[in-house]
Design a protein around this ligand. Sequence first.
Ligand SMILES: N[C@@H](CCC(=O)N[C@@H](CS)C(=O)NCC(=O)O)C(=O)O
Length: 245
Amino acid sequence: MGHPDADVHPVATGAAKTVVDRHQEDQDLILYGSWFCPFVQRVWLVLEEKKVPYKWVEVNPYNKPDSLMKINPRGLVPTVEHDGKALYESSVICEFIEDAYPDHQKLLPVDAYDRAYSRLWSDFVSTRIVPAFHRYLQFLPVTDLPGLEEKRQEFLDTLLTFSRAMREPKEGGFFFGGSSPMMVDLIAAPWLQRLWVLDEYKGPFFVPLTTEWKRWNDWANSLSDLKSYYETESDKEPTRKLYKR
Ligand SMILES: N[C@@H](CCC(=O)N[C@@H](CS)C(=O)NCC(=O)O)C(=O)O
């Protein structure tokens, strides 16, 4: 029997399809990605924000094609090939793109401490926010309301901690570091974009509108207005099916 996700919708839809269609030409950098994968979306956002030329190759990681296995024996997406050499792990790839394209828009601060601070909070996203998101999403049975609420609260706590680490907003920008989107914003963005999935399967998920949550809500609004953010989103229906268990 194949993987239960082997029959996922095969290609990007909606706004994301337009971006995929624009990136079918050969380039030095090839992104092996899956339209639905939040880890792939991190890399995708970095490429779009930095305006790095790339070729998108859609693969189903649950039905791994030989082309992917040949360059990444673990068969995970995202995998990139750059000048014939392969790399994987989304955070590593994002940093690689930053280093390999120094003449493009910078997504890491120049100051050494600020760079480390960005990595610290990117790590927090990967090791705290993402697991808490999945613990809440996968919690069963949904009839165990106290258990469900506990997982919801644990997830909310990680979001609040993250928002408290954000810099004071400056020049009208509410991104993590201020006026423009940087690496840490893009590392977190795919899970912001998927909060509605929690609503769908776990009952209303909402971030309070209180003063305590203002920095989070402003940040979320700034990201939602970012072109690369909404242009890499596929239609809701195939995404909804993917998370259905
Ligand atoms: N830690 C990896 C996670 C990537 C990942 O889990 N990708 C999923 C798709 S969203 C995948 O390739 N799954 C295939 C498998 O588990 O065999 C990263 O950050 O790149």
